[in-house]
Design a protein around this ligand. Structure first.
Ligand code: SF4
Ligand code: SF4
Length: 149
């Protein structure tokens, strides 16, 4: 990766909420993330799974509301579980399928007004965001965001 963006990529979230709604999709949550979100909501793992997730094959995905908003998108278009949101959400839009080419990155910008503007993320930072080995703490850093206290 990195070959088409040697000078990095620009992105700053405008908090529009578009990526938390729209087309039906999957918001994958790992067992560790389920534990963390359940703890954050003061729910047992079992209750959290029953109330907020569905199984897709052997993987767990957050539920969507009937209007296709994520179950955790609030009325003012914020994430109700921001500090413990799944890795998939935390690293958006630096997903391999968007950063693999200039065309894909530009296509993704149609739905995400933060792409191509704001903070510069170096090529190394962009690559680290797509690396499953990168720690969650580092991901917050790389996204130039901080989880709320
Ligand atoms: S679509 Fe982009 S700008 Fe809008 S909330 Fe999602 S990441 Fe932020
Ligand atoms: S968990 Fe939060 S960031 Fe992720 S899709 Fe739902 S509302 Fe959006």
């Amino acid at each position: 990766m990195g070959s088409w963006y040697p000078d990095g990529l620009r992105f700053t979230c405008t908090m529009c909420g578009n990526c938390c709604t729209g087309q039906p999709g999957h918001i994958w949550v790992s067992p560790e993330e389920e534990q963390e979100i359940a703890r954050h909501l003061s729910l047992s793992l079992e209750k959290f799974r029953k109330r907020y997730t569905r199984l897709v094959g052997d993987m767990s995905s957050l539920l969507e509301k009937p209007n296709l908003d994520c179950i955790f998108l609030t009325d003012d278009r914020r994430c109700a579980i921001h500090s413990v949101k799944p890795r998939q959400c935390l690293t958006f839009p630096f997903w391999g399928r968007y950063t693999e080419s200039k065309e894909k990155w530009e296509q993704a910008s149609i739905g995400c007004p933060g792409i191509g503007t704001g903070e510069l993320h170096t090529a190394d930072e962009v690559d680290a965001l797509a690396d499953p080995e990168t720690s969650r703490e580092r991901l917050w850093d790389l996204m130039k965001k901080k989880p709320p206290e």
